[in-house]
Design a protein around this ligand. Sequence first.
Ligand SMILES: *[C@@H]1O[C@H](CO)[C@@H](O)[C@H](O)[C@H]1NC(C)=O
Ligand SMILES: *[C@@H]1O[C@H](CO)[C@@H](O)[C@H](O)[C@H]1NC(C)=O
Ligand SMILES: *[C@@H]1O[C@H](CO)[C@@H](O)[C@H](O)[C@H]1NC(C)=O
Ligand SMILES: *[C@@H]1O[C@H](CO)[C@@H](O)[C@H](O)[C@H]1NC(C)=O
Ligand SMILES: *[C@@H]1O[C@H](CO)[C@@H](O)[C@H](O)[C@H]1NC(C)=O
Ligand SMILES: *[C@@H]1O[C@H](CO)[C@@H](O)[C@H](O)[C@H]1NC(C)=O
Ligand SMILES: *[C@@H]1O[C@H](CO)[C@@H](O)[C@H](O)[C@H]1NC(C)=O
Ligand SMILES: *[C@@H]1O[C@H](CO)[C@@H](O)[C@H](O)[C@H]1NC(C)=O
Ligand SMILES: *[C@@H]1O[C@H](CO)[C@@H](O)[C@H](O)[C@H]1NC(C)=O
Length: 886
Amino acid sequence: MDGGLILTWLIVLPMIISLHNSEWVSAKEGFISIDCGIAPGSDYIDGETEIYYTSDTRFIDTGINYDVSPEYIFEDTDQHLINVRSFPEGDRNCYTLQPAQGKNHKYLIRASFMYGNYDSKNQPPIFKLYLGVDEWATVRIEKAIEISMAEIIHIPITDDIDVCLVNTGLGTPFISVLELRQLNDSIYSPPEPGSLLLRGRFDFGTQQDLYAIRDKDDVYDRIWEPANSESISSPLVNSSFSTSDYKLPGIVMATAATPADENEPLGFSFLIAGHPSQKLYVYMHFAEVEDLKGQIREFTISVNDDESFGGPVAPRYLLSDTVYSKYSLNGSINRLSFSLKRTNRSTLPPIINAMEVYRLKEFSQSSTQQNDVDAIKRIKSGYAVSSNWQGDPCLPMKYQWDGLTCSQDTSPSIISLNLSSSNLSGNILTSFSSLRSLQNLDLSYNNLTGPVPEFFADLPSLKTLNLTGNNLTGSVPQAVIDKFKDGTLSLGENPNLCQSDSCQRKKKKENKFLVPVLISVLSVIILILIAALAIIRKLTKRRETRETVSERPKEGSLKSGNSEFTFSDVATITNYFSRTIGRGGFGQVYLGTLTDGTQVAVKMRSQSSIQSPKALQAEAKLLTRVHHKNLVRLIGYCKDGTHMALIYEYMSNGNLQNKLLGREAADVLNWKQRLQIAVDAAHGLEYLHNGCKPPIVHRDMKSSNILLTETLQAKVADFGMSRDLAIESGAFISTVPAGTPGYLDPEYQSTGILNKKSDVYSFGIVLLELITGQPAIKNPGNIHIVGWVSPMIKRGDMRSIVDPRLQGAFNANSAWKALELALACVALTGMQRPDMSHVLEDLKECLEMEVTSRRIQSVGSHSIGSGNSLDDLPLILGTQLGPRAR
Ligand SMILES: *[C@@H]1O[C@H](CO)[C@@H](O)[C@H](O)[C@H]1NC(C)=O
Ligand SMILES: *[C@@H]1O[C@H](CO)[C@@H](O)[C@H](O)[C@H]1NC(C)=O
Ligand SMILES: *[C@@H]1O[C@H](CO)[C@@H](O)[C@H](O)[C@H]1NC(C)=O
Ligand SMILES: *[C@@H]1O[C@H](CO)[C@@H](O)[C@H](O)[C@H]1NC(C)=O
Ligand SMILES: *[C@@H]1O[C@H](CO)[C@@H](O)[C@H](O)[C@H]1NC(C)=O
Ligand SMILES: *[C@@H]1O[C@H](CO)[C@@H](O)[C@H](O)[C@H]1NC(C)=O
Ligand SMILES: *[C@@H]1O[C@H](CO)[C@@H](O)[C@H](O)[C@H]1NC(C)=O
Ligand SMILES: *[C@@H]1O[C@H](CO)[C@@H](O)[C@H](O)[C@H]1NC(C)=O
Ligand SMILES: *[C@@H]1O[C@H](CO)[C@@H](O)[C@H](O)[C@H]1NC(C)=O
């Protein structure tokens, strides 16, 4: 039988184990206190102890709440013990604790159980407790009134600590209280690897003879059992005892045991139950409690007649010292006998104030690959998978999650995932792309919608992919089709999915709608053309009267308003540069008004600008031809002698960064507005990437480059000002600093190449800003937003991630999906990131989720596909004819 029995320590000294009337510590950081079985939302601060106890809903998905039978509730029964959570279903049910400090720190974890005949069966169960993937203890309840506890000092190797109750066929597992307290990493450190199972923790010499001491001065919330004996005590009960890192509470250290006969050694012994080969570690705590007035108290410590344990010890007055075993004690003799003997020069008998006994327990130090765990947990929450998906996904083998196959390593990864017929709905989550070892993925017979994502083509080991029997739409990316040349790709029974060449039917449908639209579009274009020609003629005339050397726009006849301005035009427009509205890398920005009343932003080139005039002109010319409703339009430019300016449409609501960081309560964007802004900006960027020939890489995507109109429509600004076109002008490119710290693609730093995926990375940062309301780089401390958000994501701590100013007013699925997308965008390598069309699709879904969740009926909320496609036409349709110079 394993020695993990609970509360089986025996001490020869008289003691009664009880947990009543305890003084508790106050709520503090590093504490997780769960009162299992109370109703959700009935969290409370314990009146006596001021510890904040929460219900278990945030920590576990399964189980049923019960009250213990009234006959076991007495006046002084702890509130924590009168409810339990019971687990009739499933072999393994797990609580997931996510302490703020995460893995590789030391924690005290304690689980308490009082059966109290909660199920009216009068059958106290026996079950097992696991910590992570390893067995922790056997919980063997013998009497309904008995309170059992398992306590361990443990350093987890994962950020999530799983405490699992395992059914062994001997009754239904249940739990009353689960607590975690962070310890100082420097204490309770045995010389060999392993965790410490508590076998006994004693306060010697206390006057208290019945009740365990749980003092609020104990910053680690240890529970001390009284060990009565001949005793001496200090008149001073003071926290000054707790100066050592063990932070021992004054009330425990102020009393000490001393031998009845001053000349005899102080002796006591423990019977050790459990496995004979168990390794024990002992921590003894000493403090002088009497004013010695020149006398000497000094003694040696021997264990089972072995003198080498420690000493001589001379306790310091009102200061605690801890003596612990330098090697494990041998439990094989079934009894640990201690003898404290005074030294020859000592004038006073030995004392002991407190002592702890632990058994070393080695943990396997294995768990599923963290990256896979994170991804599969996101998939679990994204689809609300409600099977046995609890605890570690792959380990132990016996409790592996349904539908998973894992590699046979000490640190396994997920190699196949079968979620066939699992009631999944919504899009195919990008988290699947994080399961890098995946070989087989079966998502058949669900209700999945949206496109087949391209990332399947990037999964290095993926051999079979079964998407049969869903409701996927769009066309299958060619890369995915190519990828499965040697594998199996099953796509049947997706009525709306367009598989390679079988798209005829759909096209025809679109045409029906497109033809009349095209006709009207064409007529508008012709009108614009006529207007444009007239304007151009007028402008060229003007230009002839000046000596500027600008050439006529070549095939630019399409754009009505684009024009080259003279410096005096610019001066007039801006009322002689009277109103500054900002300052960019390019130079000062002024507000201007065209003759027709249109407001514009005029960016003057500063003398110190590094951009060469020639390149600027070339780019400006090109950019005046780029039109999209989500791109800030370059209306014109000026290159007049040494003067240079760019004239943009004016965006009255400023930039997104200022809007997000704005302190005004009225300025707080709601979740729907944020998503709409994200969709708009994604549209703009997607157009630059996929709608322009040659494609334009923005190179400096950031929230301050997303501008907002009066109605909060978002448009991307400053695109392409140093785009690839610059390569033509030779050395120029290398002198232009690309990007902005916080937004800069980490891959760029190693390769020096900026591409579309660099923009995707930057866009991911913008998404994180929208979700969290935090800047890309947080001050103080210069914390990058990805670093700030990652630990919270690992803990699934959505509420702390989302901007608190939203006050919880958002659809959680929508927010998760947006977050997931943002994370995919900021993947370390460009290959792992989605492309902008995928990003745009996902964001639209997020927006839809949010919108439909706000409506009782979703009638009419679906926008028609072809309606959207109009947006993508690179034309401004009659919204605004180009402004003209006077
Ligand atoms: C833990 O102990 C170390 C070593 O004495 C000390 O420097 C540190 O401040 C302690 N940490 C905390 C959180 O108390
Ligand atoms: C603890 O010591 C401080 C001074 O060090 C003293 O002010 C305080 O009264 C003492 N508390 C107790 C309970 O003796
Ligand atoms: C532990 O016990 C075994 C046999 O019972 C013995 O061989 C060994 O020397 C003991 N070790 C210590 C440190 O007492
Ligand atoms: C203490 O005294 C005893 C006998 O009086 C003697 O045998 C022993 O060596 C002394 N020990 C020390 C450390 O002086
Ligand atoms: C997935 O599970 C279903 C039964 O639930 C089974 O029919 C199917 O073959 C499995 N898929 C794979 C790839 O093993
Ligand atoms: C799917 O949902 C239906 C109805 O909600 C339910 O009957 C069925 O058991 C569910 N299937 C799974 C595998 O969860
Ligand atoms: C898909 O959803 C529809 C309704 O939304 C439901 O009737 C159907 O049972 C679902 N199919 C599966 C396989 O879950
Ligand atoms: C999905 O396809 C794979 C590979 O073709 C196949 O092994 C699996 O059984 C299929 N799943 C179902 C539910 O038929
Ligand atoms: C598939 O999705 C479309 C909308 O995209 C919906 O009209 C249709 O009912 C869905 N089909 C099924 C079987 O759920």
